[in-house]
Structure formats: structure tokens, C-alpha cells
Design a protein. Structure first.
Length: 353
């Protein structure tokens, strides 16, 4: 694996190897304190973050490496109009691995075209968040002993929730996973995700109510309504507060069901649920740090590419998604891929019209 842009880039064997390494780190972190000695990670956060930013930073420090970067792009030459391409060319001249979060969908993929070192997608708009998925899979495997065969309820903003999209992508690598997609109709999963589920023969049921399906679940994955992604503020007002998990609703859940959440939480899990033994979202965030250590141990030690492959200059953005990276970086090549037989933007996955 050269970059981690989308969990779909990782094979099941690569994930199993990564999880095994994360387990060894959790069991005996002292064995790994020099794994990245002398290595440097660039941490480029164009969007706010608590868990992803700090867990990547602490992951690198715990491996003996160091970190530089920004949590506010306005403190860099981005504020003077520097393109993503030029920022990445520079940063990848200084670092051994680049970790980046942006509001633009497909930005990590775009960065990977120009980077001399591995790029990690730490969240690109409402599109993907593969290292959150590593935290999620680690949590399920450590606490339930398996991922195969689970019934998983994904609840909340499934349209804009990048953690949900990445988790669905990952589950294609496991057997007999069944999804309950719980959302209001206007916040249902995007069409490219539905096509992915169908193309991979993954059983799923779309419902609007949480309470009716809770008794069937092994994992309830709650998500926040993503206010910052709404183009129409009225749509947010209609949907905020629509799902709130309470202790009373949990009474009907299985005894072993995990309540997971990528966090941050707003109001979708009542605070008194935190003390229920099934509520594992804070542990999930800690597992994420170990999973990121396992990833950095591999990527930061990869050989640097002195020359990146030539990239065709784009003449026009082919994608009409207003949140796609091609809208703000017009030099990008008009790359196309197929999802479920439909031509889609290779950066953000939106169907091309
Ligand atoms: N789960 C997650 O991505 O949290 P942050 O936005 O705080 O990084």
C-alpha cells in the first residue's frame, strides 16, 4: 500500500496484517518506541479535528517520530492562494508521510498524484474517512472477537457522514455483514454508496425509525447530523435532533450490542448512556490511535519517490459536485471511474452527468 485514500484501496490481507500489528502495539507498546525514529509526519488539517489530528500526532510521537504541520491553513501560504498541488509538492519534500483533512471531496486523492511520500486521507469532506474505519474495525474485533456475520445499524446523517461511507466500503471485505441504514429519507446514503452495496451483494435495509430495529443489532453506529455539510440551512433545521439514543431505547438492545460513534457527539446520544457498558465510543477513539500507529509504522518507512509520475493537465472540471476538489483546483486531470456501471468522478465518486 502506497497511500491510504479510500478503504477500498486496502485488501483484506493488508487489513488483517495491519490489525495484527495494532494488536501487538496495544499489547506491548514498548516494542515500538523506535519504529519511526528519525521519521517526520506532516499533519495538514484544513478542517477542525480533535481525535484524528491528536491521535495521529500522538501515534507518531509514540513511535519515536516527530510531527509538523497546521491545524489552520490560514497560518500557511494557502492563505496567499497557494494551490494544493504546490503545497503537497513542498510538504512532501520535508516529510516522510502526509496526513491531511480537508473539506473538499477527493482532495487526498488529488494530493497523492503529486506527493513524493505516502498520503493518508484523514477525512475529505462528506466523502471518506478510512482511518476512522480502522478505529471502528479494531473496536469490533477487540470487543466482539469478529467482524464477519455482524448486523450493523448505521444511524443519522448517512448522506454526509464520511465515516459511514468508509465503513460500508470496508465491510465488502468481510463475510455475511448485514446493514440497517437508519436515516431520514433526505439524509440517506448517496447513490454511489447504494450502487456499491448492490454491486458487492451486501444485504441492507433502509429504514427511518431506530427503535424498531435496535433488537436485531450487534453494533449500533450513531452519527451526528453534519451541520457544516448542508448547502440548505433549512434542511439541517428539519433534521437536527431527529435521532437521540437514550437509556430507555437501549433496554430493547442485545446485551452484547456495541454503541459506537466516531465522535464528536452533539445530542444524538444522551449523556447518561455513557455509563452503559455497551457504550464504547471513547474506547473506540483510543483504539484509533493504536490503529494509526500500525499504519504509520508501515507508511512512514516506505521509500520516497524522487520523481512523481507525470499528470495530465485538466482543461475543465468534469464533476458537478460543488464540494469536489476539481471545483477549486482546475489543473487536476478529469479522471473517471466506474461505480456500479456508472461513470463517476475518480476524486469524489459523484456520478458524472
Ligand atoms: N472521528 C473524527 O474524525 O473526529 P475528529 O473530527 O475530532 O477528528
Amino acid at each position: 500500500m502506497r497511500h491510504l485514500i479510500d478503504f477500498g484501496d486496502m485488501s483484506r490481507a493488508e487489513w488483517d496484517e495491519l490489525y495484527a500489528r495494532a494488536s501487538r502495539i496495544m499489547d506491548d507498546p514498548s516494542q515500538f518506541i523506535d519504529t519511526c525514529r528519525g521519521k517526520v509526519a506532516a499533519s495538514l488539517f484544513y478542517e477542525p479535528s480533535t481525535r484524528t489530528n491528536f491521535s495521529f500526532q500522538t501515534a507518531m510521537l509514540r513511535l519515536g517520530g516527530t510531527v509538523f504541520g497546521f491545524a489552520d491553513p490560514n497560518s500557511s501560504s494557502v492563505a496567499k492562494g497557494e494551490t494544493l498541488k504546490d503545497t503537497i509538492k513542498m510538504v512532501s519534500s520535508y516529510a516522510d508521510v502526509v496526513v491531511m483533512r480537508t473539506p473538499w471531496e477527493g482532495a487526498a486523492k488529488a494530493a497523492s498524484l503529486y506527493s513524493h511520500v505516502p498520503v493518508v486521507n484523514a477525512g475529505d469532506g462528506g466523502h471518506m474517512h478510512p482511518t476512522q474505519t480502522m478505529a471502528d474495525l479494531t473496536t469490533m474485533t477487540r470487543l466482539l472477537g469478529k467482524v464477519d456475520g455482524l448486523s450493523i445499524g448505521l444511524c443519522g446523517d448517512l448522506k454526509n457522514g464520511r465515516t459511514v461511507h468508509s465503513l460500508i466500503k470496508a465491510m465488502a471485505k468481510f463475510r455475511d455483514v448485514r446493514f440497517f441504514l437508519i436515516s431520514p429519507r433526505e439524509l440517506a446514503v448517496p447513490e454511489y454508496m447504494r450502487a456499491f452495496l448492490q454491486e458487492n451483494g451486501m444485504p441492507y435495509t433502509e429504514v427511518t425509525g431506530l427503535e424498531a430495529v435496535i433488537p436485531q443489532l450487534d453494533v449500533l453506529y450513531m452519527t451526528r447530523i453534519q451541520r457544516e455539510r448542508f448547502v440548505d440551512p433549512l434542511e439541517y433545521e428539519r433534521n437536527k435532533g431527529i435521532y437521540i439514543l437514550t437509556r430507555r431505547k437501549l433496554e430493547r438492545a442485545k446485551e452484547h450490542m456495541l454503541v459506537m460513534h466516531p465522535l464528536p457527539r452533539v445530542d444524538e446520544i444522551a449523556v447518561d448512556v455513557d455509563d452503559d457498558p455497551r457504550a464504547v465510543y471513547f474506547r473506540q477513539a483510543r483504539y484509533g490511535m493504536f490503529a494509526r500507529m500500525a499504519l504509520l509504522a508501515d507508511l512512514a518507512n516506505q521509500p520516497r519517490l524522487e520523481r512523481t509520475a507525470p499528470v495530465e493537465i485538466g482543461t475543465r472540471p468534469v464533476c458537478s459536485n460543488p464540494r469536489c476538489i476539481t471545483q477549486t483546483q482546475p489543473y487536476l486531470p478529469p479522471l473517471v471511474k466506474q461505480n456500479g456501471g456508472v461513470d463517476c468522478c475518480a476524486f469524489c465518486d459523484a456520478a458524472l452527468r
